[in-house]
Design a protein around this ligand. Structure first.
Ligand SMILES: Cc1cc2nc3c(=O)[nH]c(=O)nc-3n(C[C@H](O)[C@H](O)[C@H](O)COP(=O)(O)O)c2cc1C
Length: 225
């Protein structure tokens, strides 16, 4: 199928895009508003975009044209923490996605403990195996007046917290971190099924080409696949 996204409704686009761009890591985002109210919610429009300097981005959306509490707080105070979600925390992260009033306490709802941050006001999740303290670099509004959409929050990481046993020197241990990801719909995944691929040096390229079946037919847009 060849799909023009402008012909689809929100729900169809949600299913299609989230099912294709998968798995996505999950940012458990903690923020504080101007009035001091705290917020905690999971976001799977999340990734790292640079390691030097460390930069992450999250995409909190809106509800009926009103920015979600996390986006509102980020715009008001410019700070956030991102705690990572492991298998043990998945259920609780999901709980904190419930639509509740602005002043509701999602920390209590999820049953997790706020641990103080060093550089920023929002706390991080004490039970999380790793967390980033972040300051917002910029927020790109992805919507229009007619079609409100997510904010793309690009943030500089000022501090990285990692549980000692999840590190081998300074190298994270996936078997200890046991992070989870999000697929389409309500599907989540673990990171237990792993494989390694060596980066091809120019000397190895010919060997790899011999071993990997080469494409003989090049399909063009519009052809049946
Ligand atoms: C695993 C997971 C990932 C989610 N990812 C996003 C996301 O990337 N963007 C978004 O707007 N909502 C996402 N949501 C929904 C929000 O968590 C939910 O709307 C939450 O109530 C927002 O909280 P807030 O209004 O307190 O900011 C996700 C929910 C779950 C369970």
């Amino acid at each position: 199928m060849l799909i023009d996204p402008t012909t689809l409704g929100r729900q169809e686009l949600n299913r299609l895009v989230n099912g294709l761009v998968a798995p996505r890591p999950i940012a458990w985002v903690s923020t504080v508003g101007e009035d001091g109210s705290c917020n905690l919610a999971p976001f799977s429009f999340f990734n790292a975009f640079s390691f030097d300097p460390p930069v992450v981005a999250v995409g909190p959306g809106q509800r009926s044209g009103v920015p979600k509490d996390s986006l509102r707080n980020i715009r008001e105070t410019g700070e956030l923490t991102v705690s990572l979600v492991d298998e043990e925390l998945a259920e609780r992260a999901n709980l904190s996605s419930a639509e509740v009033d602005y002043d509701a306490d999602e920390w209590e709802l999820a049953g997790v403990t706020p641990a103080p941050s060093v550089d920023v006001r929002p706390a991080r999740v004490a039970e999380s195996p790793a967390a980033f303290e972040c300051r917002v670099r910029t927020v790109v509004d992805l919507g229009t007046a007619e079609r409100p959409a997510n904010g793309l929050v690009i943030a500089m990481v000022t501090r990285i917290h990692v549980r000692n046993e999840a590190l081998d020197g300074l190298v994270p241990r996936p078997d200890v971190l046991r992070l989870v990801g999000r697929l389409g719909g309500n599907l989540w995944c673990t990171t237990r099924d792993r494989f390694a691929l060596e980066r091809p040096t120019s000397a190895r390229v010919e060997d790899v080409k011999r071993d990997v079946p080469q494409r003989s037919v090049v399909s063009t847009p519009g052809s049946q696949e």
